[in-house]
Ligand binder design. Structure first.
Ligand SMILES: C[S@@+](CC[C@H](N)C(=O)[O-])C[C@H]1O[C@@H](n2cnc3c(N)ncnc32)[C@H](O)[C@@H]1O
Length: 229
């Protein structure tokens, strides 16, 4: 989200979600092919579940990207969550009148990501590549003992130990002369582990899409080594 708002001329976007990174790469090189497939899918609950239960081979990248975009568009609250087998299991978002993104939106999206390098890797590997002058935005999943959130983003998740390691890496980033911003849940762990930096607490909408009435406003913590005015 920040990337699309800031529109930097050059960027590296990293995530451990292989399907997400694969979708971005496919949209980068062939948005027309993805749109051609996605626009043929019926926007119905029945078709949503049919597509959700269909596994598409890795070689069919347009179909896989179209499926990813369609499921993200029509699933409950735009969540990404998988079961232990790594299968996407978010239910259909009932009561919405959403449509698939338009052809123009597909084209714009592809245009906006042309200069991006997409990498599928752990944040520790990505943050090792930070150099003087870089700006780094880190938006980890919340490490909470709540089962629903714990299972979000797939079988592997982000725990307290990861938050601790991230905190150590922030010192390396600062020392090398780069700037960073981290957004995280405002809770006991983050206040304790991410202490010592400029911080601001903000109220944000936690979900990224879906039924407006079901969006929850939550308190988030923003940590940075950039001086906040
Ligand atoms: C809160 S979401 C980021 C949302 C994104 N900033 C946006 O605005 O759309 C957290 C992301 O962290 C990824 N993730 C989880 N564990 C990770 C890890 N160890 N290394 C890198 N990414 C990870 C998840 O796959 C998920 O996409």
């Amino acid at each position: 989200m920040l990337f699309f708002a800031a529109q930097p001329q050059q960027a590296l976007l990293a995530d451990t979600n292989e399907d997400l990174i694969e979708m971005y790469r496919t949209m980068q090189r062939n948005w027309q092919g993805v749109f051609r497939v996605a626009s043929q899918y019926p926007c119905t609950e029945q078709y949503y579940y049919q597509l959700r239960d269909t596994q598409i081979p890795r070689t069919h990248s347009n179909w896989r990207a179209a499926r990813f975009i369609y499921l993200n568009r029509f699933c409950f609250n735009g969540l990404y969550r998988t079961n232990c087998q790594g299968e996407f299991n978010v239910p259909y978002a009932r009561g919405t009148t959403r449509q698939l993104q338009s052809r123009d939106e597909f084209e714009q999206f592809s245009h906006d990501i042309q200069n991006v390098q997409f990498v599928c890797q752990d944040f520790r590997d990505t943050l090792q590549q930070v150099r003087r002058g870089d700006f780094v935005y880190i938006d980890p999943p919340y490490a909470v003992e709540n089962k629903r959130i714990f299972k979000q983003y797939g079988a592997t998740t982000f725990g307290r130990q990861d938050l601790q390691e991230l905190s150590d890496i922030l010192h390396d980033i600062d020392r090398c002369g780069a700037r960073f911003v981290v957004s995280y849940a405002y809770n006991k762990d983050s206040l304790e582990i991410l202490r010592g930096w400029c911080r601001k607490s903000l109220m944000v909408q936690r979900t990224v899409a879906g039924i407006t009435n079901d969006r929850k406003v939550a308190r988030e913590l923003m940590i940075t080594n950039v001086e906040l005015c």
